[in-house]
Ligand binder design. Sequence first.
Ligand SMILES: Nc1ncnc2c1ncn2[C@@H]1O[C@H](COP(=O)(O)OP(=O)(O)OP(=O)(O)O)[C@@H](O)[C@H]1O
Ligand SMILES: [Mg+2]
Length: 395
Amino acid sequence: MPPKIILKNLIKIYGKKPLAALELFREGKQKDYILQSTGHVLALADISLDINQGELFVVMGLSGSGKSSLVRCINRLIQPTSGNVYIDGEDVARADEKRMRQIRLNQVSMVFQRFGLFPHKTVVENVEYGLKVRGVPPMNRRRKALETLEVVGLAKWTNYKPTSLSGGMRQRVGLARALATDAEILLMDEAFSALDPLTRGEMQDELLRLQKELHKTIVFISHDIQEGLKLGDRIAVMKAGSIVQLGTPEELLTQPKNDYISAFTQEVNSAQVIKVGSIVSKTVSLMIGIDSVSSGLKQMLHHNLTMMYVVDEHNKPVGLVKKQNLETSLKEGNEDLMAIMETDFLMINAATHLENIFHLYKQGDSLAVVDREKEFIGMVEASDVLTSLGRPNRY
Ligand SMILES: Nc1ncnc2c1ncn2[C@@H]1O[C@H](COP(=O)(O)OP(=O)(O)OP(=O)(O)O)[C@@H](O)[C@H]1O
Ligand SMILES: [Mg+2]
């Protein structure tokens, strides 16, 4: 499937004569130099990236790094100075205002930080507003608005004014309004930043729950690393208008590209983010009915292992054998792998977070990691976990 959104060499310069400043940028001048010599602000310094259909894509960075500029180029609340923004293959950087209005109504909706609700309209009127603008008949838009309020858990509050609602509830109204339009792309600029920490956590869970059902393409902006890591399928970390690193939460934690990224992620509890599947390195296994004691020992020596898991014909782990026992067995002339296979072992799903497996190490020295179908992916030892948390491969 082609990417839902493609940004190509996107440049945004704020100021009266952006093209002169663009020249300077093309000559290789930095943001600070351009600001000092021309008074123009380089907000996006040649950004190229793809966002996939159904992806929850987080843009992270400190204040002023260009996050809002980036997201506003996507629905053209601002005009890019140069470059392309493709939505479903259409370059919206070149679309006229009429076409843009259609796109904003049908394809891209936005949730704002300060909710952006009409104080004098009721909750349901706020939610159906986007549909009203689109010309959806009253009965239909009311039905859709009520349905969406049900989805975000506000069915009981439809006839209240936003002022009677808590911050978290107001943001749910904002979310419902964006969802009611059925737009496939949702832009959320610091949507949860104004909420207290507890409510914010709840809204994050809510968004993840909704996303599981709705599969929207979401561009979520945040300056909070913990929030970004929790929500993002992938995260782009911005600094001074450029992307410093783009990757999965685990990649940012385990393979930070430079000191800037490591500093960002330092405070984060990696064990809550890194999944067992991502630290599996030893993926070899022996197969029941095929491997013998001598072939098993040979592979173990070849891969420099002291134990290996044995899988059945469906690649499901059924036991493990240890090097020591293989050697003894071979000396005794016994080639039957099954005879020395231990069947009491620990199996863990690849999607489990590391923090949930610490206690298991007290019981055994390794874990068999399996996928959703219970097929063998590889093994993980206590040392692998500690290595990944210590982040030795920083550079
Ligand atoms: N309308 C504007 N005119 C001039 N400069 C602007 C304008 N909007 C933003 N900027 C500048 O562009 C740069 C990027 O701003 P932007 O708002 O995109 O950052 P941000 O990452 O969203 O920051 P924040 O976390 O504070 O919202 C900053 O240097 C900012 O000062
Ligand atoms: Mg911003």
